[in-house]
Design a protein around this ligand. Structure first.
Ligand SMILES: [Zn+2]
Length: 174
């Protein structure tokens, strides 16, 4: 299950539309609750990944193929991981857009995915002359890497910045 803040969802849609007709991609930053239920292989099956913000990543796929695939280089992954840690967050998955296509993962997507992460895909197409994001789905790869199954998404409130603590002025005299 993937929980994602309304602001992170909106960031993904805005970038998908701005990058059209090319794919956009980025990391999903947040926290993972591994859950307590495991399968026979000891892998968690009820993990909850919570996304609080997104981190755009430059799509390194060769330009000619930018419309149907995304590639994240190892150095980009490490930089994203450092950025996440600096905010006391973890990478919980990745997102990318599918211009003029559905939000289902391609064979390329499945071959390049890893278990234990969420993969959000958003469809984007031109509507009345302007790119408009459409269906958005999250996918999770099985541990044998054979099946990319849809993962339920739950939108959560965007985290608010903590209220500043205002100390009451100490009474002077009476
Ligand atoms: Zn894709």
């Amino acid at each position: 299950m993937l929980q994602i803040s309304a602001s992170a969802l909106s960031d993904i849609r805005v970038r998908a539309e701005a990058s059209y007709p090319y794919e956009c991609c980025g990391a999903l930053l947040g926290a993972i609750d591994e859950g307590s239920v495991t399968d026979e292989a000891g892998q968690p099956i009820n993990a909850v990944r919570r996304v609080v913000e997104t981190l755009p990543i430059v799509n390194e796929a060769e330009v000619a193929r930018l419309i149907d695939r995304f590639v994240i280089e190892p150095e980009q992954y490490l930089a994203a991981d450092r950025a996440a840690r600096a905010k006391h967050l973890d990478i919980v998955g990745f997102y990318h857009s599918h211009p003029n296509d559905t939000s289902r993962p391609s064979e390329f997507d499945r071959e390049h995915a890893l278990p234990n992460w969420s993969y959000i895909i958003v469809a984007v197409a031109k509507e009345d002359g302007a790119p408009r994001s459409g269906t958005l789905q999250s996918w999770e790869l099985s541990h044998d890497r054979e099946v990319f199954a849809e993962e339920p998404i739950e939108a959560i409130e965007s985290p608010e910045s903590p209220e500043p603590i205002i100390e009451a002025p100490s009474p002077k005299g009476n």
